[in-house]
Design a binder for this molecule. Sequence first.
Ligand SMILES: NC(=O)c1ccc[n+]([C@@H]2O[C@H](COP(=O)([O-])OP(=O)(O)OC[C@H]3O[C@@H](n4cnc5c(N)ncnc54)[C@H](O)[C@@H]3O)[C@@H](O)[C@H]2O)c1
Length: 278
Amino acid sequence: MTKVAVIGAGVIGLSWAKLFVEHGMTVSVTDPRPDLADVVPAGVQVAASVAEAVRDADFVQENGPENLEFKKNLFAELVQEAPAYALLLSSSSAIPSTAFTKGIDGSRVLIGHPFNPPHLIPLVEVVPGEQTSEESVQKAVVFYRSLGRTPVVERKEIPGFVGNRLQAALSREANYLVEQGVVTPEDLDAVVTNSLGIRWATVGPFLGAHLGGGPGGYRHLAEHIGKSMQGLQLGTPSDDPEQLIEAVEKAYGSSTYSALAETRDRKQLAVLTALEEN
Ligand SMILES: NC(=O)c1ccc[n+]([C@@H]2O[C@H](COP(=O)([O-])OP(=O)(O)OC[C@H]3O[C@@H](n4cnc5c(N)ncnc54)[C@H](O)[C@@H]3O)[C@@H](O)[C@H]2O)c1
C-alpha cells in the first residue's frame, strides 16, 4: 500500500491528509501543534517526529510554514531520514525548490503546489528545481493523477509559480478598488463569482478571449477591444493592509470559519460535479 507522510498539519496539510486517506493510502502526519491528535482526519496516524513520519514513506508532502529557513532545514532532514526511493514534495505557495535545496541532493525534491483546499480543487502545480530529475517529475505527475488531481508541469521556476501570480494580479486591483471605495468586499466578490468565476471554471483567459472575439477569434479581440483594455490604468493599493482587514472582517467576520468553509466546500463540489457531467 502507498504510504504518504504529511509534514505540517495546518490548513493545507490536513486537507491533503484527508485526500490521501480517502484514496486508500497509509498516511502519517507530524506537526508540533499540541492538538494534533484532535484535528487529524479519521484513519490518519500521528507521528511524534519527522523521522517517524517519513519511515517507509513513498511520498512526503511538506506543508510547514512558508519560510525559506524552515524549508531549508526540513528538506536537509528529509533527504537524510526518508527512504532513498521517496519523492519529497513541497506545497510552498511561492518559494521555488532550488532556493531550499542548495548543498543537498535535490534530485527527488520538487514543488507540488495545490490550491486551497487540495481535497477539492484539482490543480497541482508541479515545478522541478535545477536539480530535480525528470523521473521525479513524472513520478509526481502519476502520483497526483492517481489522486484525481490535475497536475500541470511548469518548466521554469518563478516566485509564486503561475496560479498565485495570476491571483496576485487580480487581488492587487481588487484591493485597490475596495480601498478607493469603488465597491465593498461583498460586492467585489459578487462581481467575481457572477462573472469571471463562472467563466474561468469553464474556459481559461485565452480560450475565453478567443471566444470573446466572436468568429474573428483572438485576433479580432486583440486588434479591436484589446486596444481599449490596454489603455486602462490599473491601481496600486496601499502597503498597509489595515483598512482592507477591517473591511473584510466587517463583511464576513460575523460568520464562523467552519460555516463559511462548509458552504464553500459544498458549492465547489457542486461545480466540480457539474463539470464532470458535461
Ligand atoms: N493556505 C493556503 O491557501 C495555501 C495554499 C497552497 C499552498 N500553501 C502552502 O502550504 C504550506 C502550509 O500553509 P498553511 O496555510 O497550511 O499554513 P498553516 O499555518 O495553516 O500550517 C502550517 C503548519 O506547520 C506547522 N509546523 C510548524 N513547524 C513545524 C515543524 N517543525 N514540523 C512540522 N510542522 C510544523 C504549524 O504548527 C502549522 O500547523 C505553506 O508553504 C504555504 O505556502 C498554502
